[in-house]
Design a protein around this ligand. Structure first.
Ligand code: FE2
Length: 219
């Protein structure tokens, strides 16, 4: 679903990337810019999730001692932890700054209520995954567990709600075409600045993962 054929199709699944809105909408208005910028961010998050789902099954755990390497599991869990922190930071910034700024500018309280509600649908699953990635010892790590407590089980419990949200929010932003274009751009730039000023160390840690996940973004 990228706007150009991917040269790494194995990295673009199982969850499809979001086509960049500016590739098909040529009216040069701010709602297209905002939706396109957001689609880049969301594709970074989707790529990170795809990477976990693609790579983790090939990292042997302690149940296969012949191929198990604790360092590989430690690295995998660190990657998952960074990805969780990146996702949480993005949604925290939206709720604290971006959504309120949009609602204030539009004069429509509740304008961003759908995406705000969608955040709550995967919040607990994300927190469970983050806790698992932080606390699990390499020897205890399992991708699939008979008791349903493996890392795959945790991810499967919320990945559809998360990706449904990442797709749906772009449609909400594409619905802002009725707002004054210059004002919307100003609001977006202001919200971005506030968000940047409220970055944290977790975001810095996430930078490396973002660079890895974003290198193929469709522009
Ligand atoms: Fe978003």
């Amino acid at each position: 679903m990228t706007t150009r054929p991917s040269d790494a199709p194995w990295a673009d699944g199982p969850f499809a990337l979001i086509p960049t809105p500016s590739q098909r909408l040529k009216d040069n208005l701010s709602y297209v810019h905002v939706a396109s910028e957001m689609s880049h961010v969301h594709n970074t998050l989707i790529r990170g999730l795809n990477a976990i789902l693609q790579q983790a099954p090939h990292v042997p755990d302690a149940s296969t001692p012949a191929t198990y390497n604790p360092k590989d599991v430690t690295d995998l869990l660190f990657y998952v932890r960074c990805w969780c922190e990146m996702v949480n930071h993005h949604h925290g910034v939206e709720e604290a700054f971006i959504f309120p700024e949009f609602e204030k500018f539009a004069g429509q309280p509740g304008l961003m209520e759908d995406p705000r509600h969608q955040h709550s649908l995967f919040h607990d699953g994300m927190e469970r995954l983050l806790a698992y990635a932080k606390a699990t010892k390499p020897d205890e790590y399992r991708w699939i567990s008979q008791g349903g407590n493996g890392m795959k089980d945790i991810i499967d419990s919320f990945s559809k709600a998360l990706t449904d949200h990442l797709y749906a929010e772009i449609e909400v932003l594409l619905g802002l075409g009725h707002l004054d274009s210059a004002g919307l751009r100003e609001t977006w730039d202001k919200a971005e600045k506030i968000a940047q000023a409220n970055g944290n160390l977790g975001l810095l840690v996430s930078l490396a993962i973002a660079l890895l996940c974003d290198h193929e973004r469709s522009c």
